[in-house]
Design a protein around this ligand. Sequence first.
Ligand code: IPD
Ligand code: CA
Ligand code: CA
Length: 254
Amino acid sequence: MLNDIINISLEAGKIVREGFGSRIEIELKKQNDKNLVTQIDKASELAITDFIKKKYPSHNILAEESGELNNNSEYLWVIDPLDGTTNFAHGLPIFAVTIGLQKNGETICGVVYDVMNDVMFTAEKGGGAFANSKKISVNENNMLSQSFLVTGFPYNISDNPDGALDKFVELVKASRAVRRLGSAALDLCYVANGIFDGFWEINLQPWDMCAGILLIEEAGGMVTDFKGNRMNIFSPKVCATNGKIHQQLLEFLK
Ligand code: IPD
Ligand code: CA
Ligand code: CA
């Protein structure tokens, strides 16, 4: 199944890459919203869901643009056909295609395809995490003050939900640096491969993080909600680290 996920992500990635930089229609998901969608998000998702419906017609699907297909299966495919749509729409080459596969509520494998760098991040439960077939692991830093962190802001950030802006300011002061890349799936991969020491965000959706959570766990890191409970893809607040700075980061997020 991992091979299928890799192949369909490559195919969806090709659609995204070919659409990048061309004249594309940008829609607002809701009026006055910051949340965008393009025809490329939809085309990428259609390629993925068509494949699943043909090869695994009895499986459940949860996909960002087309919603839920419930066949009462033990398998659930969780799909973000283009993570980083705002970057994509503005010509910034930081975005991904990501697919996670769950069996009875546990993620058993997943991929994040970094489209413009042509890097395929893959993980299987119990089998480690890889970038283009090379094993990856989290870094060893154990001091928040020396940490290189990454975060994201939800589309309703102007309401400062959960004091997110205040936490951001505090963590900018407490760490070495904080980045905001615009693709939660890639943020998680860059913790898994040791670039970042930690990532946090509120109001994430299951498709943003299903594969990325498994990648971090399989790379030796830790992913919890802000209370320190083990993460499930339906908890919107995520704290993901190398494990070593986890408690220190949680102190700021609690
Ligand atoms: C978004 C990105 C972004 C995060 C937002 C997500 P989208 O996903 O992952 O980094 O800050 O919360 O919604 O809309 O580009 O698929
Ligand atoms: Ca997303
Ligand atoms: Ca998306």
